[in-house]
Design a protein around this ligand. Sequence first.
Ligand code: SAM
Length: 290
Amino acid sequence: MPEVRQPPPDGLPPLREVIAALEIDAKKSLGQNFILDLNLTRRIARLAAPLDTTTVVEVGPGPGGLTRGLLMEGARRVIVVERDQRCAPALAQIAEAYPGRLSVHLGDALDVDWPAVLSSDSCRTVIVANLPYNVATRLLIGWLETEPWPPWWSQMALMFQKEVAERIVAQPGSKAYGRLAVISQWRATPRIALTLGPEAFTPPPKVASAVVTFLPRREPMPECSVQWLGRVTAAAFGQRRKMLRQSLRTLVADPLPLLEAAGVAPELRAEQLDVETFARLARIAERIAR
Ligand code: SAM
């Protein structure tokens, strides 16, 4: 018996047909690996539930697989930012099928002033995206470093290459532990919620992917400035094999008083410090610099 394909439940054409009709051949330079299975995109959408009282920000909707998943799962409003103009007709068709619920912005997500885009919106906001791999960590760091804190987003569910997801949740003492883990875990509670093989995407990427969920910590402890946390981790992990008394010289002329004030043994290396200790070092370093 030949396989009978059910039409998508939202009444819109299957994504494969949309992509073929608009001739959206995937561009590597835009990190285009599309998810065509709406059951899967609905599953990703549910990671950010409840959606019916929520505004969702999605970066890189492409032909709209995840966008449709979010809307089918009842998202009150979805705001998408897409750089590839070829996707505009597909997104316009989705907007028409869900009147008043989808806003489409064509442009580079790295240039977006998010609070301005959301200015008239006062309900819970989440970020859900299958991120383009080439700008994924830049976007993530921007959302984690946002000021003032607590941030404008209440939750994020973001797809990364699995190796990047592992760096986000890495613990001290592991090879994957570095700057990305420290900023992610200082400001939020990242968890790997879903892992997907290359076959879930069209075209399939070379590596596996994973969705990481983030809930913001209301008050990151201990408190320090995000700039100083960045400076300390850049210095410490910039020379991660060296002892801190050496590596922190790019931050302060003599690291010993700083390390002593923070109660950190000068012989330790960056990957041995937990997130709390990095934040303590950052706070004291800022005080010393003033
Ligand atoms: N959301 C779709 C899905 O899951 O099938 C597509 C995800 S694909 C991994 C990444 C998308 O991000 C592509 O549609 C690409 O054109 C878009 N993109 C790449 N760089 C971008 C940028 N700087 N700003 C906005 N969108 C971008």
